[in-house]
Design a protein around this ligand. Structure first.
Ligand SMILES: NC(=O)CC[C@H](N)C(=O)O
Length: 198
């Protein structure tokens, strides 16, 4: 049975655990770097990316997550977690922000991309290699750009922003701007678990 870490510093880490159990994976909450030694893959959940970033910095988890990725272990960031993976974070006020992120994925991401009136919505979108996926967007970011090995593999259409990147992959890392745990979208988890090297 595979073990999947869920970064449990802030945000909705509990919900991921239930789905992982249904798929016969063992969820492990990650609060300090030694917890990473116990797991085959890592989920960075949604929440508040500035808070999660500060806690990652405070606990000095960055170099350990970097090593985890270098070892070829899969990492999935959802919503705020996708922001945490991004090399460049933008917002509509300051442009490029200086908030802490792991800078592991060659993507540029815009925080709170969908405007105030429609901060939250649920929709079905197409993600290459996954097919149709039910996705919940909550004060979600949008992936604006991907370079080098990173590739946008799914888009969402929305009046506030037009066509925007909703999913990107770079080797063993997956960034999703939505919450698959809210729609309990098992396709996402099965795909992610399949990235674990046997
Ligand atoms: N649901 C979420 O994870 C929201 C992300 C949040 N708006 C941020 O920028 O951190």
């Amino acid at each position: 049975m595979v073990s999947v870490g869920i970064l449990a510093l802030q945000g909705d880490f509990l919900e991921h655990a239930e789905i992982l159990k249904e798929l016969n994976a063992t969820p492990v909450y990650i609060k300090k770097h030694s917890d990473l030694e116990k797991v085959d893959a890592l989920i960075i959940p949604g929440g508040e990316s500035t808070t999660i970033g500060k806690l990652i910095e405070y606990k000095n988890l960055g170099p350990h997550i970097q090593r985890f990725v270098d070892e070829g272990k899969p990492v999935m960031g959802t919503c705020a977690g996708a922001i945490i993976l991004a090399k460049e974070v933008r917002d509509r006020v300051v442009g490029i922000t200086n908030q802490f992120t792991l800078k592991l994925m060659d993507i540029s991401i815009l925080r709170n991309a969908f405007g105030r009136q429609r901060e939250s919505f649920e929709t079905t979108l197409w993600i290459d290699s996954l097919g149709e996926v039910r996705a919940a967007f909550i004060r979600a970011p949008a992936i604006l750009n991907a370079w080098n090995n990173a590739k946008i593999i799914g888009y969402v259409e929305h009046p506030a922003i037009g066509k925007a990147g909703a999913a990107a992959i770079q080797n063993n890392m997956l960034a999703l701007t939505f919450h698959p745990e809210i729609t309990q979208e098992k396709k996402v988890y099965s795909y992610f678990l399949n990235l674990i090297k046997k």
